[in-house]
Design a protein around this ligand. Structure first.
Ligand code: ZN
Length: 133
């Protein structure tokens, strides 16, 4: 649920965090969580450090995982971008399976209406006529 809020919210705003030692940067933007490492740690101007927020000019989301390397401020950088929906899917898929599993009727009950069919051999449910017994 929190991920969903982050995902939708990141379409409008971005959040970025750079620790003082400049070794990495974390950013939530446009439906993704991006982490960037720098080797050696970057010496960045004061204004880039700490938490930063901003607004996006358009509501475009990024959908795919991205991995890229480059150089910036004289450091080698590695950036990994992970779309937030993959996190939602990771949490949501097992939850969906559990939900579907719970919905299934216990054995011996009509799968359509839940009528108790135990103790008799029915070809169809006497209650609702379903043949899915
Ligand atoms: Zn039935």
């Amino acid at each position: 649920m929190l991920l969903l809020v982050v995902w939708v919210g990141s379409a409008w705003c971005w959040v970025c965090f750079l620790p003082r030692n400049g070794s990495f940067a974390a950013m939530v933007d446009r439906g993704t969580i991006a982490i960037k490492w720098a080797r050696p740690p970057q010496v960045l101007p004061e204004k880039y450090l700490g938490w930063q927020f901003g607004r996006n000019s358009s509501l475009k989301l990024r959908w795919w995982v991205r991995y890229q390397t480059g150089t910036s401020f004289g450091s080698k950088t590695t950036e990994v971008v992970i779309p937030v929906w993959t996190g939602i899917a990771l949490v949501g898929f097992p939850a969906l399976l559990m939900w579907l599993h719970d919905r299934r009727r216990a054995p011996g009950l009509c799968r359509k209406c839940g009528y108790d069919l135990r103790g008799a051999d029915h070809a169809a449910c006497p209650e609702c006529g379903s043949t899915l017994v």
